[in-house]
Design a binder for this molecule. Structure first.
Ligand code: NAP
Length: 283
């Protein structure tokens, strides 16, 4: 393997220790950080994600409460629950698990969460702060892409960064987060002519597509940094959007899947809970 491995688990462990220390300090000052997760319906993957968040919050001393509503609940019921959590001063962060039941408006529900408690970074006000460089709560996965590089000693200033994928969750927020790091940013998508031409210009190539192993070794500039945000379910486990086995022979540094970007998501949501506390104290 020519490339250096960008180790998401190691970076996550480092952030987890920082969170533990900050939570201990808050608790000494009488503040018990709390994350509320709202689950409407019985999507099995959402139940698994919620339970895994509960476990990892327990590991760092963040209190966790899961609120469930049946899939048949009216949207008004969910909005009333969010309103109650918005007003509850013991709750610092609120996450709404997606997908919502089909009869509910995702936009109305996500916009109902108070921006200073929106630890998923999905409220339009927080999205706006990414553009303006303001102090908000930012989505975990694109943040993970940045954090995994910075904490692995990879400089972004002045680099040609190419993102493949312009999805709402990862690609789009990442454009402005990379600009805020002074990278020069190109974004590719399904209508991009000659994708390989663009990816080969990248000093830093980020894949956020959702197509297993679509970034091949010959699409990578020798020595480039490759960060894979993709998660694709295969019969024998998960894989990323990058053809890791061949890409690692060309790249200078590369993040694996699993063990890369995805390893940071939960700790960055927890970091957002701590940031939310600061934002709420400022209000
Ligand atoms: P998305 O909304 O489905 O967006 C996918 C993007 O990829 C679109 O912009 C699409 O282009 C582009 N695309 C698809 N096929 C392409 C191709 N052949 N060539 C060039 N571009 C192509 O996805 P997302 O929600 O942003 O998620 C992206 C990936 O990140 C997925 O693998 C997802 O599982 C993963 N993810 C990971 C985490 C984590 O914790 N690590 C969290 C969230 C998501 P168009 O816009 O032209 O259609």
């Amino acid at each position: 393997m020519a490339a250096t491995l960008i180790d998401g688990k190691k970076v996550a462990a480092q952030i987890r220790e920082e969170i533990k220390a900050e939570v201990a300090q808050l608790r000494e000052n009488g503040i018990v950080p709390k994350l509320a997760v709202v689950l409407a319906g019985d999507d099995p993957a959402s139940v698994v994600y919620a339970r895994s968040k509960e476990k990892s919050c327990g590991n760092v001393g963040i209190e966790f409460e899961l609120f469930t509503l049946p899939g048949t609940a009216a949207e008004e019921e969910l909005l009333a629950l969010i309103d109650r959590l918005n007003k509850d001063e013991s709750v610092h962060g609120i996450m709404i698990e997606l997908p919502l039941p089909k009869h509910m408006s995702k936009q109305r529900v996500l916009e109902a969460v108070l921006p200073v408690k929106d630890v998923d970074g999905v409220h339009p006000i927080n999205r706006g702060y990414i553009l303006s460089g303001g102090d908000g709560l930012f989505p975990a996965t694109p943040q993970s892409c940045i954090e995994i590089m910075l904490r692995s000693g990879i400089e972004l200033k002045g680099k040609n960064a190419v993102i493949v994928g312009r999805g709402e969750t990862v690609g789009k927020p990442l454009v402005f987060m990379l600009l805020n790091q002074n990278a020069t940013v190109t974004v590719c998508h399904t209508k991009t002519a000659d994708l390989g031409y663009h990816t080969r210009q990248a000093d830093v190539l980020i894949a956020a597509v959702g197509r297993a192993k679509m970034i091949k070794a010959d699409m990578i500039k020798p020595g480039a940094v490759v960060v894979d945000a993709g998660i694709n379910q295969l019969e024998n486990g998960i894989c990323g959007d990058v053809d890791f086995e061949n890409a690692k022979e060309v790249a200078g540094a590369i993040s694996p899947v699993p063990g890369g970007v995805g390893s940071l998501t939960t700790v960055l949501i927890q970091k957002n809970v701590l940031k939310a506390i600061k934002l709420q104290q400022k209000k």
